[in-house]
Design a protein around this ligand. Sequence first.
Ligand code: 3SL
Length: 235
Amino acid sequence: MKNIDVCLTPELLQQYDLKEKIVVVIDILRASSCMVSGFANGVKEIVPVSTLEECKDLQNQGYLAAAERNGSKATGFDMGNSPFEYLEEKVKGEKIAVTTTNGTLAINKSLAAKEILIGAFLNLGVLTAYLQNKEEDIIVLCAGWKGKFNLEDTLFAGALCHRLKNYFEFACDAPLAAEAMYLTAKKDMMAYMQDSSHAKRLAKLDVVKDIEFCIQESIYDVIPYLSGKALVAKR
Ligand code: 3SL
């Protein structure tokens, strides 16, 4: 039977063989939630890059440029990393270059995979429906925080594994642990997440509304996927 696994941080990715697999990259707070929101709002493509320099180069070529470091917008760029910026009128039909502390790095570390998809609570329903019938094994890659485990990505991994468990076998204990965490947290996700280190970090930056937004389930029907160097959307 095909299987699903969870890679709890990009630092563990070396333990996984991505060849012929589908990798679902998640950075719930906030990169993957931003990407899903942007495509739902009509963004044309998003190019994820690892460095501020690459992002600047693309800005000079006419891309809107979004850059975040340590939760804040980097100086000299058009956008930061709030889903509300990706819902503005000005991004419709645009090409966006983006670099973030963890999310875009995780995407660029997954390039050996057969298919790279972007997941968030915001598109959980459509993502589940799409993956159910796939023949390939799945790896859910949590972007984490600077190589370390984080709560919010693991909760999402658990939500996805829970929904797919009738179709995919759990490959090791990580999906089991993520699912157990999700089932505990789901009654009051906001309360559970408030203890997480990144929620505290973002609260200090006064973006609690972003957290509330990012934990909404299945409000968008788009699945961003990597095509060449750019993310585009299945609708
Ligand atoms: O690290 C990332 O990719 C970001 O999503 C972090 S933040 O939410 O913008 O702080």
